[in-house]
Design a binder for this molecule. Structure first.
Ligand SMILES: Nc1ncnc2c1ncn2[C@@H]1O[C@H](COP(=O)(O)OP(=O)(O)O)[C@@H](O)[C@H]1O
Ligand SMILES: [Mg+2]
Length: 400
């Protein structure tokens, strides 16, 4: 663990007692080493250019608007700098503005040691070099439109709730991914900031390219411009995922269905793959191809967890048919509720805030709970009806 986070404090309040109280509240954390304290914009820029600062603690009080403008300037000049904003005011609007201006952590004053420890975790963990999580979850669709982005977005929210810290959500559908759209987000930074640069990346630069939403989802959005996709290097993707697993309790990846080097890189690194399908013959056939392809590629079958989305009781195909066809248990079933899911999507509001009691949200929350506990037992799914119909429809293709 890094025992020496070189810190600069920026505060427009020059009162000596105030400064002393602020410093004391920060140095209670054993990793914080305060290099300097500055009170004006130019002084801050000079000091960041001169000193090896890794963390900037920005006091937003008493005039947040002017400090936020300074923060934007600092982020543009020093993109790898980690920033923690402090304020007396915990209004969501202020927190959001601070996040948009570039800080990744916000603490309400007086600074609580637990809050500070949580905020510093990505920095201390990055230095330790160890993966924090075994929850790198690739969500893979058996066909277009089967619900991957919906599941990714809502799963990330639920996992963030469980961990009480940001869950990383990476949109690896580099051409047409819609993770940002799902949250009605217009990100200033994207994965292209990390992939289309010859410069080395680290935890701070990676976090800087992400947008942390009020729902505690840290989104790494797909590139803004389609021509940027051609330059994305799989090795860089591996590096990014590695960094994210070190800094986050869970990492969810909206995974491309193509077996190209980028998709394979993510799948190889995944601890679990949620293979999403619907109860239709083409979707199940594709799921079987993908399942077999992954296993042949060397993925242990126990890492692949089929998830049936848009389940309706009157479907002639049952999850048990799927289990029989894939020759593996179905991990979870998410009901069909187009109105609820589409309304959440149209308004850019996740199910947890829009329809917390909806069966779809509850099903995804249950998946999150099981992932969180490491409970991937598929035998728990209750039998709905006997299998058999699908084999008839799929003919010889149904036999393995
Ligand atoms: N459980 C569900 N019930 C009803 N509609 C759903 C469900 N899951 C997804 N959808 C709808 O299916 C469509 C495709 O979902 P999306 O998550 O974008 O799929 P993908 O990312 O696989 O292309 C969207 O219109 C979405 O609202
Ligand atoms: Mg999608």
């Amino acid at each position: 663990m890094n025992e020496d986070i070189k810190t600069c404090i920026y505060s427009e309040n020059t009162n000596a007692d105030y400064g002393s109280a602020l410093r004391t509240s920060l140095v209670r954390h054993p990793a914080i080493h305060i290099l300097t304290e500055v009170h004006d914009h130019q002084g801050l820029i000079d000091c960041l250019g001169r000193l090896p600062v890794t963390l900037l603690v920005l006091d937003l009080d008493p005039k947040p608007a002017s400090v936020l403008a300074i923060m934007e300037d600092v982020c543009a000049r020093f993109p790898s700098l980690a920033i923690i904003a402090l304020s007396d005011n915990a209004e969501p609007d202020l927190i959001l503005s601070a996040m948009r201006a570039g800080c990744r952590q916000f603490i309400t004053k007086p600074v609580d040691l637990d809050d500070l420890t949580r905020a510093l975790k990505p920095l201390t963990r990055a230095a330790s070099g160890q993966a924090k999580t075994e929850r790198l979850i690739c969500v893979l669709g058996s066909s277009g439109g089967c619900g991957v982005t919906t599941i990714c977005a809502n799963l990330a929210i639920e996992l963030a709730q469980l961990a009480a810290e940001p869950c990383a959500l990476v949109d690896l559908q580099l051409e047409f991914g819609s993770v940002a759209t799902y949250f009605d987000l217009h990100p200033t930074h994207t994965i292209a900031d990390l992939t289309n640069t010859p410069n080395e990346i680290d935890a701070q630069i990676t976090e800087q390219a992400m947008t942390v939403l009020p729902s505690k989802v840290a989104v790494l959005a797909r590139p803004q411009r389609i021509e940027q996709v051609a330059h994305v290097d799989p090795e860089r993707i591996a590096q990014i995922l590695k960094i994210l697993t070190r800094g986050h309790d869970a990492v969810v990846v909206d995974t491309p269905r193509r077996f190209d080097r980028i998709g394979i890189t993510a799948l190889e690194m995944a601890n679990s793959v949620l293979l999403v399908l619907q109860l239709s013959v083409p979707s199940i056939r594709n799921a079987q191809r993908l399942y077999k392809g992954l296993v042949q590629y060397g993925m242990p079958p126990e890492k692949i967890h089929p998830v049936v989305n848009r389940f309706t009781r009157n479907s002639p195909i049952s999850p048990q048919d799927v289990a029989q066809h894939l020759n593996t248990g179905v991990f979870a079933v998410i009901p069909n509720d187009y109105q609820t899911v589409q309304a959440a999507l149209d308004f850019g509001r996740p199910l947890l805030s829009d329809s917390p009691d909806s069966p779809v949200r509850k099903a995804i929350a249950k998946i999150a709970g099981r992932i969180y506990r490491g409970d991937f037992d598929s035998t728990k799914l209750k039998s709905e009806r006997k299998a058999g119909l699908l084999s008839r429809w799929l003919g010889s293709g149904a036999k393995r």
